[in-house]
Ligand binder design. Sequence first.
Ligand SMILES: [Zn+2]
Length: 171
Amino acid sequence: MKRLLLSKCLLIFSLIAFLGCDSQDDPVDPESYPGVDSRLWYFFDAFEREAKSRGIEVDLRASGLTGQIGNIDGANVAGGCNFHSSRPNEIILDSTFWSTLSFLQREMIVFHELGHCVLYREHREAVDVTGRCLSIMRSGLGQCRDGYSETTRDGYLNELFDPAFANEITP
Ligand SMILES: [Zn+2]
């Protein structure tokens, strides 16, 4: 009888363990970034991984960079990087705009702001013969057309992390 009770407990525990594992399959990286909205964690982690695969060390936790999704005053402003001299830089993304974006568009806008805040990149409006933007660091005010997709992603990230375009990468 005792044995039967024990096995029932195990069944319940394994069910809990299964459910626990299931929730960890969520695409959001379970590792947290202090001071950063949890919806941005996946993209912060991806940015670090993409930098590393190109030989650039980026440690966003050590930088203290914060990231928020909130309301930005001003029409047609999707996001921004606020530089601070006395505290870590801060990324802000407009919540209304964010809610309309696809997964890839979200990655593009987060990487764009990290390009400013972490890689110290400025805007680049370069365009190819078809009118497509050559950089995700385009301002959005130019004439080029965004072409960030699964197939062009690698090329855009090569351009993003290309040291030739970085103004200053601090150690
Ligand atoms: Zn920008």
